[in-house]
Design a protein around this ligand. Structure first.
Ligand code: SAM
Length: 418
């Protein structure tokens, strides 16, 4: 602080005295980073009071007490969300239109501010939701997923309009759009075409945002369009986050925009313009890194959940393994028993075969003896028959002899007993 200069008075715009674009209605819920503001106020040079108040005006209007709800892996716009929240708060557009929304990082950040501040802004996102040469093609799951996030929170003041830009333009009244964000295909021709096509729809208060003003590769030509348009309109450009150009197109843009553009226009306030850029870059980085951290935590949670699932699957597998092992052991024991029983059966069969052989030879022997006995019987029968025959023959021979003997005996008897 210079000793020759008095301590600067409190800047005229404070958190409680912020005014809306028509400068009559106090804004709702202004937020301020006191530390940042105090350090800026501490510059303490009278000629900077006006510029400090511009910085303070923008920082007061920036939602510093939270990070945007929706941050996908498409990060390129996320670093501009702190500025966007201030822009919406300070300009309170009646109608905001975004050309090129994809997963909705920029659009939802703006809707979130409208909702948090309870602003009367109507929002429309226009996109074919098919992708383009620069962002690549994608399928309809992108829009489905965005709707699932967007509709429950913002559908009462915002709509996602699936259409090509050139077809959608007829649905808007001339002079009706207060804030237009051009973020479609980034070739010079496409950006200029989008600006010229939608220009008649811009209101007298209109501000147009151009994203990617700092990208000089891959056929991006926003920087060329920006360079040409910014020669003819008050403007302010942020160089971080691929560059964001703020173009004051309408003749009656809100005072805050006029003051912002004036800051960049005057050589004497370049340093303050740079301070504002640096501050939003720092705020944007915190959004970006916190978003990355959040996604990493989410991935870590998912990995942890998958690890737990895998562990419980492993436990089940181990249990199955144990069960299988028990069944294998039981099968092995059963098999051993069967083998034993099988062997015993074979031994009994072998024994039975041996016994059979013994019985067969005994049987054979018995048959032999039976046959021998039968033979003997036959021989004896034959012998018997022969004896019978000889007996009969003898009887035949003996009969007359016996008769003669009995006759002789009678004769003897008769002679002795006369
Ligand atoms: C760079 S991305 C938008 C990024 C978005 N603003 C963000 O915050 O991440 C460009 C989008 O514009 C869309 N687009 C490009 N040309 C278009 C056209 N002529 N009509 C409709 N959509 C278009 C693409 O489908 C793509 O989703």
């Amino acid at each position: 602080m210079s000793p020759n200069l008095p301590t600067p008075p409190t800047p005229p715009i404070s958190a409680t005295s912020l005014t809306s674009p028509d400068e009559t209605q106090p804004l709702r819920e202004p937020a301020a980073s006191q530390a940042v503001l105090d350090s800026l106020a501490g510059v303490g040079q009278a000629q900077y009071v006006h510029e400090i108040s511009v910085l303070r005006e923008w920082l007061d209007a920036t939602l510093l007490n939270g990070f945007p709800l929706r941050r996908t892996e498409i990060e390129s716009w996320q670093a501009h969300t702190p500025f966007a929240s201030a822009l919406i708060t300070l300009t309170q557009p009646a109608v905001f239109v975004e050309l090129g929304t994809h997963k909705g990082d920029s659009y939802c950040a703006i809707c979130e501010t409208v909702q948090k501040r309870a602003l009367p802004t109507q929002c429309v996102a226009v996109d074919c939701w098919q992708g383009d040469e620069h962002s690549g093609g994608y399928d309809d799951t992108v829009l489905k997923e965005l709707r699932a996030h967007h509709d429950p929170l913002y559908a009462h003041f915002s709509r996602l309009h699936q259409s090509f830009f050139d077809e959608a333009v007829a649905g808007f009244e001339d002079g009706s759009i207060d804030l237009l964000h051009i973020d479609g295909l980034h070739s010079e021709e496409a950006v200029l075409h989008d600006f010229e096509t939608w220009k008649p729809k811009l209101s007298k208060r209109a501000v147009v945002l151009f994203h990617d003003t700092q990208v000089h590769e891959n056929d991006f030509g926003v920087f060329k369009v920006w360079s040409a348009l910014s020669k003819n309109h008050p403007h302010f450009e942020f160089t971080h986050g691929n560059g964001l150009g703020v173009l004051a197109v309408g003749p009656n843009v809100p005072q805050a925009i006029k003051r912002l553009c004036a800051l960049a226009a005057s050589p004497s306030t370049q340093a303050d313009a740079q301070t504002l850029r640096n501050t939003y870059e720092a705020l944007g980085s915190s959004v970006l890194y916190q978003g990355r951290a959040q996604r990493l935590w989410r991935q870590a949670d998912e990995l942890w959940a998958r690890t737990q699932t895998a562990e419980s699957a492993l436990d089940h597998t181990k249990q199955d393994d144990r069960n299988l092992w028990n069944r294998v052991q039981k099968a092995e024991t059963d098999l051993a028993h069967f083998k034993e029983a099988h062997q015993a059966a074979w031994a009994r069969i072998a024994k039975a075969e041996e016994d059979l052989q013994v019985y067969q030879s005994a049987h054979q022997e018995a048959w032999d003896r039976i046959r021998q006995a039968e033979d003997e019987l036959t021989s004896m029968r034959e012998l018997n028959t022969q004896l019978q025959e000889r007996h009969e023959k003898l009887l035949k021979i003996a009969k007359p002899v016996l008769g003669l003997a009995r006759f002789i005996a009678r004769l003897k008897n008769n002679s002795s007993n006369p």
